[in-house]
Design a protein around this ligand. Sequence first.
Ligand code: NOJ
Length: 702
Amino acid sequence: MNDIEERIDHLLGQMTLEEKIGQLNQPMIHGLPGLDLLRQGKAGSIINAFGALSGQGFDHLSSAEACNTLQKAALESRLGIPLLFGRDIIHGQRTVFPIPLAQAASFNPTLVEQINRVAAREASAVGIRWTFAPMLDIARDARWGRIAEGYGEDPYLTARMAEAAARGFQGDDVSQPDRLVACAKHYVGYGAAEGGRDYEQAEISEPTLRDVYLPPFRAAVAAGVGTVMSAFLDLNGVPATANRRLLTDILRGEWGFDGFVVSDWESIGELAQHGVAEDRAQAAALALHAGVDMDMVSGAYQETLAENLRCGRISDAELDTAVRRVLRIKHRAGIFERPFTDPERASRDILTAEARDLARQAARETMVLLKNDRNLLPLRDMRRILVAGPFVHATAELFGTWTMDGRAEDVVPLDQAFRQIAPTGVELWFAATPDLALSRAHYADAVILLMGEHPARSGENANVSDLNLPPGQLEWITAVAGIGKPTVLVVFAGRPLAITRAIAQVQAAIYAWHPGLEGAAALAEILFGLAAPSGRLPVSMPRATGQAPIYYARKPSGRPLREDGPFRTRYVDLPTVPLYPFGYGLTYTRFSYSDLRISSQRMRDTLTVSALITNVGERAGTEVVQLYIRDLVGSLTRPIRELKGFQRMTLQPGESRRVQFTLREEDLAFTRADGSWGAEPGRFKVWIAPHCEAGLEGEFML
Ligand code: NOJ
């Protein structure tokens, strides 16, 4: 038995029942009166939050000094067990990076790792040692506001980002004082909420659960993520917070997870609302038995576990197991050795020049060029440019959801950033209202329209029933584009919006997501050609709300989508295919794909697939080369394409490079008709492709 486990045994042997239950309790602290609670050992963790959307009105808690005050009280408790401070550090702390969905568009796990490395350094400088991130919920319905917080629709891409995020937060050694314990959330199926309504139930079949929703969590566990959060939702009739099969049999039994599980906010108490528990006591027993170790905020563990134990509803062993897991992560995080945070760190570690540079790079790599007729972009030879739309003076509006520690004053306002970056000689005019925009457009050589969603319109519980641009924006675009000047549309958003009618009226369009505090400068660099866009869509972009849910890895159907003829799967009033497919994105040069080679016609353990990629344009550029497969016949129907690899590569004009992928038998595996997991012999298609609807196609056998 290793040292940590021995120390835990020793501690457990000394703990009273009350102290054990205390370790499983995560309250909010409303200022100093909470100190008594800590001195009595009645909290294992503090959530540095105030209100269900943490971050409202508790700035006094977000400093090393505040955490140290609370920690001191905890250390004055009988056994002096230190607290673990948790907070939602979702896409940066003070240095706000692009939202996670945008990060996914980079197809660059190294970037995601670096982002979270910075986030960990900043958050730990103010005493936080645990983040409730990454969110790994597969999201295929953009009405769901939390699509902004995850990595999109695809399990493979999300799994790669999950590993990168866990590495970025935790590093090789999470006990280093500038690291955060990560939390893979929301386990599991939360993104499949019916109708895109947050907190709503989902029905997910076992093969889909195992092949689509679970793999990112499995990847995070394999990467050593310290904690997992149980989701709010009712999944197939069993609320995730009471689901022993998921939380114990699969997570711990099959995957060997040995960290702890925290509930989501009050989700233990909510088991009574779900109607699977009579009262809070039964709810607490159900959750503990399922495998939820820590109670975020509901207080049900604190109030009822002692009585539950007395009446035999839970056992000593169950309780001890939960406490052991919490203590294990505290030990791994090194907080027994270093419970306090050096208050000097904040001035050194927060919002450094390197962090800003990384935020700029991230914003550049995440914006997606959707349209560029006659190479309007980058803008050249334009003297007077009108920049119009609700975002022209944006600062914190560029942040996106969950940016509790970001500050508007850290942002160079968009109009100023544009002025700094536009080439000399270019005159920029700004118009924040449609009438001013219209009157100016007549005299401009080009128009840039900055449209999209306010951050408050995405994120938790910010669902929409209509994926169109917010009210009035399409009319604004139509009116200005009608003047007939070359027009660029830029969309800031936390979700893929249905911009079909807007984009048809402009010559160029950039999807900028919510790009963070360097977003305006990065956008200006792209518009004026100092940088080239390289983002690719991590979600299918819908044509209209009615297409939701929409994703590329669909099953073929007996009457496939794309074949002509009557009675094929379709809408009477709309094409079935998305406006832009998963993986799509342009840049300022073009690439050709040629000479697909497959190492053998039959896979034995592995197979290599390669192709020649050539930059056939006139400037350097970055391509995201994607590998897809299709299993043509299976014991269960198989998706028409599945992403199995991607590589970013930068090529000079005229340069060619051979991209090579290795496929292993396990890449072909899935949950088969008999419930087992593995590959089935037969024919497979393979593509090396610029997005999910194109590419060089080959075949092989297994
Ligand atoms: C509720 C959210 O669902 C979860 O993602 C978040 O981490 C907690 N609140 C804590 O703020």
